[in-house]
Design a protein around this ligand. Sequence first.
Ligand code: FAD
Length: 318
Amino acid sequence: MNVIKTLEANKGKTLFSFEILPPLKGKNIKYIYDAIDPLMEFNPSFINVTYHREEYVYKKREKGFLEKISIRKRPGTVGICAAIQNKYGVITVPHLTCGGFSMEETENALIDLNFLGINNILALRGDPVKTELSFEPESDGHEHAEDLVRQAAQMNQGNFLDEEIKNPEPTTFCIGVAGYPEKHYEAMNPNQDIQFLKQKIDAGAHYVVTQMFFDNKKYFDFVDNCRAAGITVPIIPGIKPITTLKHIAFIPKTFHVDLPDEFANALLVCKTNQEVAKVGVDWMIKQSKELKAAKVPCIHYYTMGKSTHVTEIVKAVF
Ligand code: FAD
């Protein structure tokens, strides 16, 4: 089974899925199982696992020299996907980025996934490395998610980079891509962003998962605009509860999304994380119920590794 077949087999129903991120290096797989276990009783249709590329840090060395070191704080995306699929028998969707990969490394990563029986990916460009102002592809890597989609779609046709391969066996990847109800922050305007989204679909993507949003109208308008632009694939809303005082500033800044007035005003009077979590969870339950009533294909929750609040929401909605 894959994501698109699951959506097609359940047309008319609203499914439930969620995203986790690999733990910080040093933690073991139990950390992941502990986060997932409370959500399994709600029968998730698939679980996404994010990908985190290397970051650069400067370490002080003798005589005042600084050494630039590359570190990956959250490796393990593919291993976690394989472990979850084995333990729970649920579809996993590893995120795969253009950033940090040459085309050959991408091909080899896709071959690994294929051998592991993981035939879903979310194809992304990735954000710029924290120390760089704009996204820089590898010298032999992809510049846009569209190119990564095309490479995976080519492998589904049996076309690998090395044209000399004899009788290549096609892969069967189901490919998701990201969409932005409030526009990707680099896009010139919303219409242009949707045109590029259409190019990702035309290159072979099967469905879209959205960036988080807190105003359902933005999602409904986005879907209407995508349909008007000729995008016909399922568009899965991705949402996330605000549950700490830190989130209030961090989420709009990091994900380039607005909080509607009513929600912002309710959050502004909160003094503790508990108060924020109450307001954030209530808001998300309201949002989820409205999305479900509108018969969206699936509601995808961003857990950021903590499932307590998402469990509360899912219990109230599904
Ligand atoms: P693209 O589709 O390549 O778009 C990037 C920008 O370029 C947009 O402004 C778009 O309008 C424009 N554009 C697109 N195609 C073209 C083209 N052909 N020519 C010119 N311009 C074009 N990041 C991670 O590092 N790891 C993750 O696990 C991860 N998971 C995510 C999950 C979801 C659901 C979402 C919404 C985002 C996720 N991200 C993740 C963040 C994502 O990598 C960033 O938002 C990134 O800046 C853009 O990725 P994209 O795939 O949308 O890029």
